[in-house]
Design a protein around this ligand. Structure first.
Ligand SMILES: Cc1cc2nc3c(=O)[nH]c(=O)nc-3n(C[C@H](O)[C@H](O)[C@H](O)COP(=O)(O)OP(=O)(O)OC[C@H]3O[C@@H](n4cnc5c(N)ncnc54)[C@H](O)[C@@H]3O)c2cc1C
Length: 71
């Protein structure tokens, strides 16, 4: 088994709680900023139903800044 710490080096570690919309976005940004991120989600599996998230206005600029080619 590979020791994750060998890959994480001396990067500061951070725990992000919640794997819905906000959590992964935060984890993405923190990882890019040099943190070793662990994301946890209490649900046993991804939600397959629920409310849509509306991407409007500033949301387009945010997704472009995150590298989306489709916005
Ligand atoms: C009834 C309703 C209708 C909505 N309709 C719309 C809409 O039409 N369009 C729109 O854009 N937005 C809508 N929203 C808003 C949208 O759902 C939220 O803005 C969005 O889900 C917030 O994302 P989030 O990642 O911050 O939090 P959440 O989506 O609430 O995610 C939090 C996550 O953290 C996890 N979690 C919580 N505690 C723990 C723990 N202790 N350990 C591990 N994991 C944990 C939860 O399981 C969950 O997956 C609606 C919200 C509600 C309630």
């Amino acid at each position: 088994m590979t020791d994750r710490r060998a890959h994480e080096g001396d990067r500061p570690r951070v725990l992000v709680t919640g794997g819905s919309v906000g959590g992964p976005a935060q984890a993405w940004a923190l990882q890019r900023a040099g943190f070793a991120v662990t994301l946890v989600e209490r649900a046993p599996r991804p939600r397959e139903a629920g409310q849509n998230i509306d991407i409007r206005d500033a949301g387009h600029a945010v997704l472009r800044a995150m590298g989306s080619a489709t916005m």
